[in-house]
Design a protein around this ligand. Structure first.
Ligand code: BG6
Length: 487
């Protein structure tokens, strides 16, 4: 569909952490590479009082801090900053301040893209104030950052409140994992090659693993993180989105709703985790003091801003199942944690061994085929196969990784910020890589089951030293079933 181009980009929460680290740097790269129209202008908005000049200084300082020096170009900075204005605006707790200034800044514009980089509890009040001020125009769109709520009920409340001002096709829920190059490549790999599809099911796949390991701790966000924990912060959104892309049926068109219909079906097929199954299928962990990257690291409850003896999990491992025809009986091992041994995000598809092995009776350590999609720190795809070792001494096998490399990024090798692609798509009105309301709600339904089962069976966190792969119980989670984590 050809949509008229956006005239104004309005960033609420324009002075926050997300804005400084991700949104302004992404907009800077898009302007620098001339990927957005030269007449697109930007409004930063937050509670603080700033003049336009002061705010431009603030954005410039953020860009100099968060954009690598080799990409900071004065001409591009001037280009972006010359298009930035500031409006002090506040909506929430029954009060709205700054409506007139916003109306003035947007006068005559009826194609506006709003980005909510604020606390989710402000999404509803902000959208409704925009509507009351006549600013929720028909061609306007709104981007919502995660988390959409804390559970199913609060996500419904937020979606309902936003829905009073904007129709669902105007709402773009961002999950930055969907903007990563390797995630996009996963779709190409699955649906552009005939090689994998016949094997992509329970008959050939033994299990699937997804690891999102970070070495950082909570990075000064203890307050936010403590209300959230790893399950809500990483599994509900990023990890379940990866599950949907691996598990979904081929859509019949690369159309936003066709793709999202298939993803939603996967989320609805996740087997509920109940009080009876939660202990056997999940592990909650929390980092204790240890050593991270060669330096001593404090425990979670000793981090800056920590309040008391919190039981929030910084690590979670789950054995999930997708109850449908394609995936019946295939375990999905998911694990994510902060302060782990190394930073690594990957999806490992473990294929079954051959039914009768005529070669390697004395080489039990050899793995069957495995397809690994590496998302971080480097993006690549590797297919591990077994091959004969060269030599005259009979047939000895070895594992050989076939690198199915990704094409070099168009930006001269720079790894793009995932937000760049997503912002560009939102500006163009392309919603395939954004999460639809029913997806968010289906994901929360499954997560709520885990959360309430943890509560009712009192699953307290198991400590793990910072700089390790999590509690030993996470190893047992796979080993009990004869599998092990991909390292
Ligand atoms: C965010 C989480 O959504 O994703 C953070 O709130 C986490 O806690 C981050 O650190 C990880 O993103 P990435 O792209 O670095 O894997």
């Amino acid at each position: 569909m050809n949509r008229p181009s956006v005239q104004k980009f309005v960033l609420f929460g324009a002075t926050g952490d997300l804005a400084q680290r991700m949104v302004w740097p992404s907009l800077y790269h898009l302007v620098r590479e001339k990927l957005v129209p030269s007449d697109l202008t930007f409004v930063g908005s937050a509670r603080h009082k700033y003049s336009d000049e002061e705010f431009r200084g603030f954005v410039e300082a953020a860009l100099r801090k968060f954009v690598p020096a080799e990409y900071v170009e004065q001409k591009a900075l001037d280009d972006l900053l010359g298009r930035v204005n500031y409006v002090s605006f506040e909506a929430g707790d029954g009060t709205v301040k700054g409506t007139e200034a916003l109306q003035k800044a947007l006068a005559g514009k009826d194609r506006v893209l709003y980005f909510m980089a604020t606390s989710p509890k402000l999404y509803g009040p902000t959208c409704q104030s925009l509507q009351a001020a006549g600013l929720a125009c028909h061609h306007c769109r709104v981007i919502l950052e995660k988390p959409i709520g804390q559970d199913y009920a609060s996500s419904v409340a937020i979606n309902e409140a936003v829905g009073k001002a904007f129709a669902e096709d105007q709402v773009f829920r961002i999950d930055h994992y969907l903007g990563k190059e390797a995630v996009q490549n996963l779709l190409a790999l699955r649906f552009a090659n005939s090689l994998f599809e016949p094997l992509w099911n329970h008959a050939s796949i033994e299990h699937v693993q997804i690891t999102v390991a970070e070495t950082v701790g909570v990075e000064g966000r203890w307050g936010y993180y403590d209300d959230s924990g790893a399950l809500r912060d990483m599994v509900q959104n990023h990890m379940l989105q990866l599950v949907t892309l691996v598990a979904m049926e081929p859509p019949h068109l690369l159309d936003p709703n066709e793709v999202r219909n298939e993803k939603t079906k996967v989320l609805r097929s996740l087997r509920p985790i109940t009080p009876a199954s939660v202990a056997a299928n999940t592990v909650r962990g929390q980092y204790a003091a240890g050593n991270s990257g060669g330096k001593p690291a404090p425990g979670y409850n000793e981090e800056e801003g920590a309040k008391g003896n919190s039981d929030t999990e910084t690590f979670v491992a789950i054995r999930a199942e997708v109850d449908n025809w394609r995936w019946a009986g295939v375990p999905w091992y998911l694990r994510t944690g902060k302060r782990m041994q190394s930073r690594r995000t990957d999806i490992a598809i473990q294929f079954k061994p051959v039914p009768h092995n005529i070669f390697a009776a004395d080489q039990p350590e050899l793995q069957a085929n495995r397809l690994v999609i590496h998302l971080q720190p480097e993006e690549s795809v590797t297919l591990e196969i077994l091959s004969k070792q060269p030599g005259l001494e009979g047939v000895r096998l070895r594992e050989v990784p076939l690198e199915l490399s990704l094409p070099k990024s168009e930006s001269g090798g720079r790894t793009r910020i995932a937000y760049e692609r997503l912002l560009l798509d939102a500006l163009k009105g392309k919603s395939t890589l954004f999460v639809r309301r029913d997806e968010v709600e289906a994901a929360w339904t499954w997560i709520d089951g885990i959360q309430s089962s943890w509560r009712s069976t009192r699953q307290t966190v198991k400590p793990y030293p910072a700089g390790t792969w999590g509690p030993t119980a996470a190893i047992a989670l796979t080993e009990r079933h004869g599998h092990s984590w991909y390292e």
